[in-house]
Design a protein around this ligand. Structure first.
Ligand code: MG
Ligand code: ZN
Length: 168
């Protein structure tokens, strides 16, 4: 039985990696790939939402500080995240389930992880409690965002059974 009603994913370093050497995140299409274990694992869930029997909701919560730094536009970042979702999950996300913070670090914004606002927003959409939510990520800021939101957290290596030495 599925313990969670909502599973939220970080994007970079969790679902996808950047294929440009030395660049942490994709700035345009063609600069990312899914990790090879993502599709198969995600296909094992029923993503029809917490309203349905054995269903679970989904979301992405991604820091995209490259927007605030001027590397790419906000709509480009969002489109890259939506493309990542579609390739990973195999269907189009419900409107509002892909959230990102476009601000630079230490800007004082309320959304950049480890702030919990993106996770809180997704919980509001699905009307679920923090105890029903799992957040999956690869950084301390992800773990701390989950803690600040009151959600459970799993490292990406654990959720996908990914070798920590996976080189990209
Ligand atoms: Mg990440
Ligand atoms: Zn922000």
């Amino acid at each position: 039985m599925m313990k969670y009603k909502l599973i939220i994913f970080d994007a970079d370093g969790t679902l996808r990696y950047c294929t440009v050497p030395g660049q942490p995140c994709p700035n345009r299409s063609g600069e990312w790939e899914l990790y090879p274990d993502v599709k198969e694992k995600l296909a094992s869930f029923n993503w029809s939402g917490p309203e349905s029997e054995s269903g679970v909701g989904y979301g992405i919560a991604s820091n995209q500080g490259g927007v605030g730094s001027g590397y790419f536009a906000e709509d480009t970042a969002m489109n890259l995240l939506k493309d990542t979702f579609v390739e990973a999950f195999g269907f189009n996300p419900v409107e509002g389930t892909i959230l990102m913070c476009p601000h630079i670090p230490y800007s004082g914004c309320i959304c950049r992880k480890p702030e919990p606002e993106m996770l809180n927003g997704l919980m509001r959409i699905y009307n679920v409690s923090p105890s029903d939510v799992l957040f999956v990520g690869d950084r301390d800021a992800d773990r701390d965002a989950a803690s600040n939101a009151g959600c459970d957290f799993q490292w990406v290596t654990e959720f996908f059974n990914r070798d920590p030495e996976t080189e990209v």
